[in-house]
Design a protein around this ligand. Structure first.
Ligand code: AMP
Length: 424
């Protein structure tokens, strides 16, 4: 995939109506935004467009509204809701909760000028507002997933969206792995470029994968091997060292013939792990697995009693115990691997980090990245949250805004929301 995409700076925007896809999927409670981080992150692109005289039409999804009443009833029934609750009125209320109106208000505050809110996505309200925009004006469409065609990438919806604008800007990396109407489809009908957020994601991660400074170390954790099959396979083509932690490490240990007790185990993936270990050896890639582990006798929360640690070789993990975090020696080993690196990519926790007693491995990796002078990239989700909670965010080169999208990037997949943009 070509990562060298045109950005807002490579296209004339003055006087043009620019449809800009952002990620305003912010957390809200009773209609109040509880974190405006994603809105703030979109400001550089919006401010650039305003300053350069564009007529800006912002759009985003929020949450997972179900725009089809029958499907909504079916889903709610599956969730065990009583039939008398499944009225059109309640469906409309559930949809209304996912309005982007609070986002328009916050955008107005941040921009210091009114951001007009349309009451629909491609209906009369949106069309009228879009047509009335003057240079430097900004409006926001309603939640794009209120339209059935959005997640289906319906060309009809894309055409309607495109008819309101002259240029499409994608600045939502978090949804770039989805081929939806506002993330990719609309680019079939308009010149399409990226915003600053997407540009940063693509240039940093693209460079790390295509032309990394070496040694290049990737650290993978999280629950299951099966979720990361293609990531492991693709990274083995690129890295000098692959570090494995988290629940997925135990299937690798089992593949080495070690007893893993009650630890997470993906029986169907043992052969795959063997194959990956052989591939690493053939390619001269160092594959690091835990040498010791924290064990418990039940899935924790809370943990009571002493926390135990054991080595993992042979049958050292007792048959009735489960591995919940990497142990102290492994923490040191992984810290050293990061220390030796010039490029580091990290995705997934090293243990059941939600429980503070079992978060030491994840913290150690976050600390290693924070202490490192290498280019350090954290791929969204839990690992990103861990870095932020620990206050390490400004010590990491890049924390991706997209968990799923960054994982697909590491898999070497083409992201539809990026592939659809014009090459430089
Ligand atoms: P993922 O979504 O694949 O990144 O997985 C994240 C989840 O993996 C977190 O909720 C962790 O609690 C869980 N996890 C990490 N290590 C382990 C482990 N050793 N056993 C069970 N779950 C784990």
């Amino acid at each position: 995939m070509n990562y060298n995409k045109k950005s807002v700076e490579d296209i004339a925007v003055a006087g043009k109506r620019v449809l800009c896809r952002c990620d305003f999927n912010v957390p809200t409670k009773a209609g109040v935004i509880t974190s405006d981080k994603r809105i703030v992150a979109a400001m550089p692109t919006i401010e650039y467009l305003v300053k350069n005289g564009a007529r800006v039409i912002l759009c985003s999804h929020m949450g997972k509204p179900e725009p089809n009443f029958e499907k909504w009833v079916k889903k709610q029934t599956e969730k065990g809701k009583a039939p008398e609750e499944l009225t059109k009125e309640n469906w409309e209320k559930a949809m209304a909760k996912l309005t982007l109106a609070p986002v328009a208000k916050r955008l107005s505050e941040l921009l210091g000028k009114e951001v007009k809110m349309a009451s629909d996505v491609v209906g009369e309200s949106a069309k009228e507002l879009a047509a009335s925009l003057q240079d430097g004006d900004v409006m926001l469409l309603e939640n794009t997933r209120f339209e059935k065609g959005e997640t289906k990438n319906d060309p009809e919806l894309s055409r309607k969206l495109a008819s309101m604008a002259d240029i499409f800007v994608n600045d939502a990396f978090g949804t770039a792995h989805r081929a939806h109407a506002t993330t990719a489809g609309v680019a079939d009908y308009l010149p399409a470029v990226c915003g600053y957020l997407v540009e940063k994601e693509v240039s940093i991660m693209g460079k790390a994968l295509a032309d990394p400074e070496r040694p290049f170390v990737a650290i993978l954790g999280g629950a299951k091997v099966s979720d990361k099959l293609n990531v492991i396979n693709n990274l083995l083509e690129k890295v000098d060292t692959l570090v494995i932690g988290g629940g997925m490490a135990y299937t690798f240990l089992a593949a080495k013939g070690y007893g893993i007790g009650q630890s997470l185990f993906d029986a169907e993936k043992v052969d795959y792990c063997k194959e990956m270990m052989a591939k690493a050896e053939a390619k001269g890639v160092k594959l690091l697995l835990p040498v010791d582990t924290v064990i418990t006798d039940h899935f924790p929360d809370p943990i009571d009693g002493e926390i135990e640690c054991c080595t993992v070789d042979a049958d050292k993990i007792p048959a009735d115990k489960m591995g919940m975090d990497i142990g102290e020696k492994t923490r040191e080993l992984y810290y050293e691997a990061v220390k030796a690196a010039k490029t580091v990519v990290w995705n997934g926790p090293m243990g059941v980090f939600e429980n503070p007693t079992l978060a030491k491995g994840t913290i150690a990796v976050a600390q290693a990245l924070a202490d490192s002078s290498a280019t350090t990239i954290v791929g969204g989700g839990d690992s990103a949250a861990a870095c932020e909670q620990l206050g390490f965010a400004d010590k990491i080169t890049h924390i991706s805004t997209g968990g799923g999208a960054s994982l697909e990037f590491l898999e070497g997949l083409e992201l539809p929301g990026i592939a659809c943009l014009q090459d430089k």
